[in-house]
Design a binder for this molecule. Sequence first.
Ligand SMILES: [Zn+2]
Length: 339
Amino acid sequence: MTPDDTERYSRQILFPGIGEAGQARIRNATIAIVGCGALGSFQAEALARAGVGRLRLIDRDYVDYTNLQRQWLYDETDARNESPKAIAAARRLQQINRHVLTEPLVTDLSPSNAEELIAQSDLILDGTDNLETRYLLNDLSVKLNIPWIYGAAVGSYGVVMPVVPERGPCFTCVYPEPPAGVQPACDVNGVLAPITAAVASFQVAAALRLLVGSEPFVSTIQTLDVWTGAFRQVNAGPRDPSCRVCGARQFDYLDERRRVPVSLCGRNAVQLHEHTRSLNLHELADRLRPLGDVRVNEFALRLSLEKYQLTFFPDGRAIVKGTTDVGVARGVYARLIGA
Ligand SMILES: [Zn+2]
């Protein structure tokens, strides 16, 4: 450690859980941040300030004005220029700590590129907005034996769970199936900046603890609500021996044939099959009506939203008209159907 490092990180080194040895481990670490929205941008800034060696920033999206209320690192210039989040984040992180190597990757994490993007990381942080990607992260984590830290926030409520393969339950042990029906989503239910910061803070603290490796790992699920002040920590329980992921090592979400989004040739549209669960179209219609013109029957629901026209089907399939970009279409879908 250089004298400059010793000074810069002195308050962190003074903390007994970290010390000089812990700081050296933090400096040698590579962390993949998947999704650079509210959670991911906070994680990236906190980890850059903490002196992490290398940050891999994976995001498919562009900065817009609705992001500025809760997404750290970005400013009005980024929104005006519609800068890719990964690029804007890396630029700002270099101003905060030039010693951190940043690798911005403007792409959608998918079964076809996931292993390549995540391999060689010591840790994965969840900054995503959808369950499909979280199950994909869990498959990757177990397959490659890399811990990941689940985090989610909507409204004023959030949840955090670190997953350490072989030492505790995986995400699928705890949540074997995606929840049925429509889930809360930030574009419908709103989200407060302080819950995103709180969730991301717990994720970063768990990341530092895991990197330093000085304390025993206990598998917990934390839930918190910054509006009511409710806070709960429960034991995540033991591993499920019958778990299809960490038990049978069956990695369905890494299967490239799984619900591959298809750009519909010549139609300026993308067909998605993001969910294994079925959708209740009438329930969904009630939720989406405040956002735009909704028409629904037993076979399909159609929503006109900004420049897109979305058609949802009862089997969870959707067609997003108005783009040929699979990443954009998945983003629009995830924001409406929820995480
Ligand atoms: Zn499992």
